[in-house]
Design a protein around this ligand. Structure first.
Ligand SMILES: Nc1ncnc2c1ncn2[C@@H]1O[C@H](COP(=O)(O)OP(=O)(O)O)[C@@H](O)[C@H]1O
Ligand SMILES: CC(C)(COP(=O)(O)O)[C@@H](O)C(=O)NCCC(=O)O
Ligand SMILES: [K+]
Length: 254
């Protein structure tokens, strides 16, 4: 029973086709498109795919984008199903004030991270960092309760905000360094360490609250850029959202 997983962020749509709806299923094909190029999918990357029997996705880019994706899916006889964060799913408990207002991408990535950790060993607290258009930093206790999380601007948004709010910060991308001595390096390093510093604070909060060191996982399109600048060991995972969608699919489509 082939299974299509779709993750629509604010910058790109990522998709992956699996042989079956469950963890460990073989990956048959995958791809990514910028949101402007969604209309290419049905006649492009999706045209030659085996038809998916089931689909599950998460979308945080708004209803108009969701409809554009569903239009491309008319190629197949599969009903689109989109995850909404809930009070509890797949072993995770949602501590948000209004559970359904939590970004579904955050919820699904946390489910993926929790099961990845359980597959590796005993229960531990978790810090899950997702570096996309925005950056999110989530805290989960050892029992699978989502305690809360941070939302920060991603690299691109930080740079655009500085460019548009000042006269003298229109410069090319620089390098991350400890003591930047030019504007490009100062901006690139500032953004990177803003994120790394926020993550370090969250790790400290979790250690103080839970009394033990969390496992740390990082994912998202720009995760690889952050990885060398973290203050602690982080496992860089390709796509925790697909992992989470596979966990949810295994339960819904069993
Ligand atoms: N090959 C790439 N294509 C697009 N964005 C990339 C790429 N490599 C890194 N990035 C960075 O990743 C961010 C987008 O990551 P992504 O996970 O697609 O975000 P979202 O889930 O919010 O759509 C961009 O802000 C960009 O800085
Ligand atoms: C925080 C986000 C913008 C992240 O989006 P992304 O960077 O993945 O495109 C998204 O998860 C969202 O819109 N969340 C809703 C608000 C919340 O989670 O509290
Ligand atoms: K995302």
């Amino acid at each position: 029973m082939t299974f299509l997983a779709i993750d629509v962020g604010n910058t790109r749509l990522k998709w992956a086709l699996y042989e079956a709806p469950g963890p460990g299923a073989a990956l048959l094909a995958q791809g990514a498109e910028f949101l402007d190029h969604i209309e290419r999918l049905a006649e492009g990357a999706w045209a030659k795919l085996p038809h998916p029997a089931r689909m599950l996705g998460c979308v945080v880019a708004g209803d108009a984008v969701k409809r554009r994706v569903e239009e491309q899916m008319e190629l197949w006889d599969v009903s689109p199903q989109w995850v909404v964060a809930s009070a509890q799913e797949a072993g995770l408990i949602n501590g948000y004030d209004h559970p359904t207002r939590l970004g579904c991408d955050r919820w699904v990535a946390m489910i993926g991270a929790r099961h990845r950790m359980l597959a590796q060993g005993p229960e531990r607290p978790l810090v899950v960092v997702m570096v996309g258009t925005a950056v999110t930093v989530e805290a989960i206790d050892a029992h699978g309760r989502f305690l809360g999380g941070l939302i920060l601007p991603g690299h691109g948004i930080m740079l655009r905000a500085l460019e548009s709010g000042t006269a003298g910060l229109h410069v090319p991308t620089g390098e991350v360094c400890l003591f930047p001595t030019n504007t490009s390096d100062a901006l690139t390093s500032g953004g990177t360490y803003a994120i790394a510093g926020a993550v370090e604070r969250m790790v400290q909060h979790v250690m103080a609250h839970c009394g033990s060191e969390p496992a740390c996982m990082m994912t998202g399109g720009a995760g690889w850029k952050m990885a060398p600048s973290m203050t602690r060991p982080f496992e860089l995972v390709d796509n925790l959202i697909f992992d989470g969608l596979l966990e949810i699919a295994a339960r819904r489509f069993a």
